[in-house]
Structure formats: C-alpha cells, structure tokens
Design a protein around this ligand. Structure first.
Ligand SMILES: *[C@@H]1O[C@H](CO)[C@@H](O)[C@H](O)[C@H]1NC(C)=O
Ligand SMILES: *[C@@H]1O[C@H](CO)[C@@H](O)[C@H](O)[C@H]1NC(C)=O
Ligand SMILES: *[C@@H]1O[C@H](CO)[C@@H](O)[C@H](O)[C@H]1NC(C)=O
Length: 294
C-alpha cells in the first residue's frame, strides 16, 4: 500500500515536470495589440475591446514536455469572447493542441473546447463544463505531450487523453516543433450558445489574466536561432536509443490508474460534446474513436 502511494506520488511529481514558473517575458512575447497588454506585478492582463483583442506567443518552439499557464478568465458577461491557450506548429500540415474558453452571459457557465489538429486536419472537438467558476480565481491549464500521448489537464486533472495509435494507421503529432500561444478575441458569430448571443461591447473591456508561466519541454528553436537539440527535436529519434528525457519515462506512456479514474469522472460528469459520438457529423466513426477507450 505504502509503496503504491509512493509510486503514485513519484508519478505525479514526474508529471509536474519539475518546473518552476518563469516571468512572462522570459518565455513569451506579445504578438499583436501591444497596447492591449497590462502588467500588474506577476500578473499579465490581456484586454479585448471594440478596437482589438490581443495575443502572445512563445519565443521558442518546442517538442514534447509540458506547458502550463494559470489563467483567470473574463468575469461577468463574457458572451461572444473566446480566450485560447494552444500549441501549434507552422505550415499547411500543421499540428495543433487547443484549449478554447468560450465565454457566456453573466452567471452562465463557460464552455471549454479542446481540439487536436494532426497534419493540418482538426475536427476533433470535445467540450466540457468546468467543476468550478474559472472567472473568480486562477486555475492551471496544461498540455503534456510525448511520443505516446497528448494530455490536456485542468488543475492537474486530465480532461482529455489523445493516444498514439499509429499502429492503427492514425497519424500522431511527433515530428513538428510547436510554439505556445494565447489570445483573446471576439468570436460572437459562433462562440456563445451557438452564436445566438452577441458580444455586448457596453461591458468591455473584457480582461483575461495570466500568471505562473511554465514550459518544461525540449527547446528546438529559440528567438536567437541558437538552439538545436537534435536528440529530442527529431521526431523519429526516439528517446529509447539516446538520452532519456523525463517525458519519455515508461510510466508516462499512458495515464496512471488515478488519472484514468479522474478522466472517467470528467467524461461522465462534465463532458457535453465529443466528436467521437457525433454520428450526425461523422457517418463513419473516426478510427481513433473506435479504439480510444482502451
Ligand atoms: C468603441 O467604444 C467606445 C466606447 O463605448 C466608442 O466611443 C467608440 O466609438 C467605439 N469604437 C468603435 C470602433 O466602434
Ligand atoms: C452558456 O450557457 C448556456 C445556458 O446555460 C449553455 O447552454 C451553454 O452551453 C453555455 N456555453 C456557451 C459557450 O454558450
Ligand atoms: C535544449 O537547448 C536548451 C538551450 O540551448 C537547453 O537549455 C536545454 O537543456 C536543451 N535540452 C532540452 C531537453 O531541452
């Protein structure tokens, strides 16, 4: 018993990736609307008003590892707004891991949409309601990525696990380094209650707050262009025949028992949409959906 507790603790610590928070500008830079950024000590605020939203991006690109940001979403009336936190590679066949937070009218719950693009193809949306109000406090949102799986986590609870099913012929993102991005923008044509509720600019500015920036990943290209970590940045070069990185530990090749239970709980109690069960949209069930509960 004690040893399994220790093991669980060790896996949890491993999962945290031994990261400590960095200051915003050590890892990131504003990418647009610099005048819609506000720094209050360790907290960064992004503002959306009727002139502009705002966005930032990492200075470097990464392969594998874990990225975490603490976010406090737009409070009160956030209808029509979308705050996104995502990783993406460049080019027409890009890979992308998305968290999109869809605002709502005052008192109505946010919807969290996740999506995964592989080789330029997305259409893998899932939606959930959170088990807390994401506008009253900071909560951590993370993307963990290795050669076996991509996990989306909210306060360290997995809300989505996308397994490598290359053995079933499903492409898996493991050969393109990715930047880390966040932005807030007006999406009232689709975001809230299917686009029926529009942004009420009378309630602007809409402000999303950020802190606790953590990236513990393989750095593949930096702003200065100096980095080239050949071992971890080559998608084919597995950690097995070279130096092992923390994200290549065998225990991280799938969810542990505790995490599997947490994910089942999320899916049973908080999931409101899963592309895998949308038969109206997909006449043929996507291959990864047939296998993904194993
Ligand atoms: C934006 O809102 C401000 C304040 O409500 C208003 O004065 C301004 O005309 C608006 N600008 C645009 C581009 O709609
Ligand atoms: C907003 O609230 C309504 C009513 O509770 C809910 O149906 C909807 O899923 C919520 N989220 C969005 C993004 O519309
Ligand atoms: C990659 O390169 C960076 C910068 O040169 C270095 O700090 C880091 O330790 C290297 N290795 C990994 C696994 O990111």
């Amino acid at each position: 018993m004690a040893s399994s507790v220790c093991f669980g603790l060790w896996v949890s610590l491993l999962m945290l990736g031994f990261a400590s928070s960095a200051k915003f500008d050590e890892l990131f830079q504003p990418s647009w609307a610099f005048d819609h950024f506000n720094y209050e000590g360790d907290v960064l605020e992004l503002k959306l008003d009727n002139y502009s939203g705002a966005g930032f991006s990492s200075k470097s690109k990464y392969m594998f590892g874990k990225v975490t940001i603490q976010i406090k979403l737009v409070a009160g009336d956030s209808a029509g707004t979308v705050t996104a936190f995502y990783m993406s590679s460049d080019g027409p066949n890009h890979n992308e891991f998305d968290f999109e937070f869809l605002g709502n009218t005052s008192g109505e719950p946010y919807t969290v949409q996740t999506n995964i693009y592989v080789n330029g193809v997305g259409n893998r949306e899932q939606r959930l309601k959170l088990w807390f109000d994401p506008t009253t406090d900071f909560h951590s949102y993370s993307i963990f990525w290795n050669r076996r799986q991509v996990i989306f986590l909210v306060d360290e609870t997995p809300v989505r696990a996308h397994k490598n099913m290359e053995d079933k012929g499903v492409p898996f993102p493991r050969d393109q380094s990715m930047g880390v991005y966040s932005s807030i923008w007006n999406a009232d044509d689709w975001a809230t209650q299917g686009g029926r509720v529009k942004t009420d600019w009378f309630h602007s500015p809409f402000i999303a707050s950020y802190k606790g920036f953590q990236i513990n990943a393989c750095e593949c290209s930096s702003a200065t262009g100096a980095t080239a970590n050949a071992t971890c940045c080559s998608g084919s070069g597995s950690g097995d025949n070279g130096k092992k990185f923390w994200w290549d530990e065998p225990v991280l090749s799938e969810l542990n028992v505790h995490q599997s239970h947490q994910l089942l709980w999320v899916r049973a109690n908080h999931m409101i949409y899963d592309y895998c069960t949308d038969t109206a949209r997909f006449a043929v069930t996507p291959v990864e959906c047939i296998h993904h509960r194993r």
